[in-house]
Design a protein around this ligand. Sequence first.
Ligand code: UTP
Length: 313
Amino acid sequence: MSADIDRTNPPTSDTVTKAVIPVAGLGTRFLPATKATPKEMLPIVDKPAIQYVVEEAVQSGLHDVLMITGRNKRSIEDHFDRAHELEEALAAKGEEDRLRSVRASNDLAQVHYVRQGEPRGLGHAVLCAEAHVGESPFAVLLGDDLIESADLLCRMIEVRQRHGGSVVALMEVEPEQVSLYGCAAVEPTEEEDVVTVTDLVEKPSPEEAPSRWAIIGRYVCDPAVFPILRHTPPGRGGEIQLTDALLELARAKPEEGGGVHGVLLRGRRYDTGNKADYIRTVVDFAFRRPELAEELLPWLREFVDRQDAVDHG
Ligand code: UTP
């Protein structure tokens, strides 16, 4: 028996305690970098993107993390494991800060792995979590999607506790961008940042889109999603889409685990699987470090001036 269990407020089967992070995708938008390296391991300054995602799960109270992995993803497992040789070398040199940074990722959470076998889509990746998750609601965090703060996921978990069902995160995008996302038709609730989802369409054309509210990479799913995913046929792009299963849940009765709410994103979000957004993320995160900002700002100003001179000269 673990001494860490809080007996004053024991988790029930309705408490969200587990995070599922699918990282089995092929990352084709980032080739050739992702030929042998997972896109989730691309560095954002000096930490791989996936570490920020695990940190966010932990900050949201989810210490049990299940990664859905695939071929070529061994480096992710290594990153969240001990690196004895490296740790000994750093300890011998007295490099305490570096040693701490190396150990941080393996002390973060209890990380488990299951392999997807074949990347048959996000819905199929989530279905691979069924045996680990069981009958409780769970969070899904996409491994290449960074959200500025854990407030969003905390709020989504709170909405699930209050309303039941599932919860998606929604970001308002420009009309020409809706075709890159799953898109939601929504109705307001009494809470300004929470909506009821009435319809979902995966990657619609601007004409088909029910709104400009795009689904981004955070979900809280009712376990009723599993039986639905088992019979969800491949949808857009020949992949089993989580969005299609969530639409079925949006139409299902509450006693069947149905109902989908949306929480509106307030802060920033970065899609690190997309080249331009990846570069933006690196720059943004670098400028949050005073020592790097000081070194980079004069260079960046000069670079912009030089570009302006080229563009106008
Ligand atoms: P993406 O569609 O962004 O990932 O899926 P992808 O397929 O790797 O990207 P591109 O389009 O080829 O560049 C969102 C998340 O779901 C995971 C991905 O690893 C990513 O974190 N995923 C996707 C899976 O785990 N399995 C899949 O079958 C598909």
